[in-house]
Write a protein that binds this ligand. Structure first.
Ligand code: URA
Length: 244
């Protein structure tokens, strides 16, 4: 981690203030005064600020129920940041593990632990995500088997060289389905339904890995230790291995 980030994570200083202290020679790493804020340091290094040993705060891991018309970014753009309305300290230190579109609602995992989020979003880990999808066109009874098989076999998305990974489709009503996917291409769910001539009109993420959304719209909670660990222990099972 960068030295200025380490200082911020161990104090209440802003990034600008941390840089000022570093450049003024107040920060010592393993007995050496370091003047360059971008220097890479490790949590095990002995780092002091004005001779006080710095201990970084523990990483945070949380679930957020994202409302529509918010974005998974720390700064407001065309829509306000998801974090803006949350009663959450130092939300600028957090990032999300897997973005949702502005109009998508549901489960977002957020953390300040880059290694943890890397594992969740890394394509090789095939982390499962469950979406509740509202559709513009009716799925007829006679289409269900063929459609389910097509999603399992993989769909050809525009501009992609490879078919989508096996996905599980569960029809809830003629215009609502549950879709489980184990990859996260840009606008993936919307593009999957576009590829079969339908259109997503409502999209809501219910689950990532073993973690299911259980807080109200716009609310958040810390993940339990078991939930945090569930992403670390092993790559998430593929759909075919679970027989889904
Ligand atoms: N797929 C999409 O198309 N949009 C999302 O927000 C998430 C998955």
């Amino acid at each position: 981690m960068r030295l200025d980030k380490f200082v911020c994570k161990s104090t209440n200083l802003s990034r600008v203030q941390a840089v000022e202290f570093i450049r003024a020679g107040h920060v010592v790493v393993n007995d050496i005064t370091v003047l360059v804020e971008s220097t890479q340091v490790h949590e095990n290094n002995a780092i002091t600020l004005n001779a006080q040993l710095l201990i970084p705060r523990a990483f945070r891991y949380l679930m957020i129920h994202k409302p529509a018309n918010t974005i998974c970014s720390n700064v407001d753009e065309a829509y306000p940041s998801l974090f803006g309305a949350l009663d959450l300290e130092r939300s600028d230190e957090l990032h999300v593990a897997g973005r949702l579109d502005a109009d998508t609602t549901g489960l977002v995992l957020a953390t300040d632990d880059g290694r943890w989020s890397f594992d969740i979003i890394h394509p090789k880990n095939h982390c499962k995500k469950v979406y509740r999808v509202g559709l513009s066109k009716t799925i007829e009874q006679a289409q269900i088997i063929e459609l389910t098989l097509r999603f399992t076999a993989g769909l050809q998305l525009q501009g992609e060289a490879q078919l989508t990974r096996p996905a599980q489709l569960k029809i809830l009503s003629p215009k609502e389905v549950l879709l489980t996917i184990s990859e996260g291409k840009f606008h993936q769910v919307k593009r999957m339904f576009a590829s079969i001539g339908n259109r997503v009109v409502r999209l809501h993420r219910e689950k990532i890995g073993e973690v299911a959304l259980d807080v109200g719209l716009g609310a958040w909670r810390y993940l339990t230790a078991a939930e945090v660990e569930s992403f670390k222990s092993k790559p998430q099972s593929t759909l075919s291995q679970e027989g889904q």
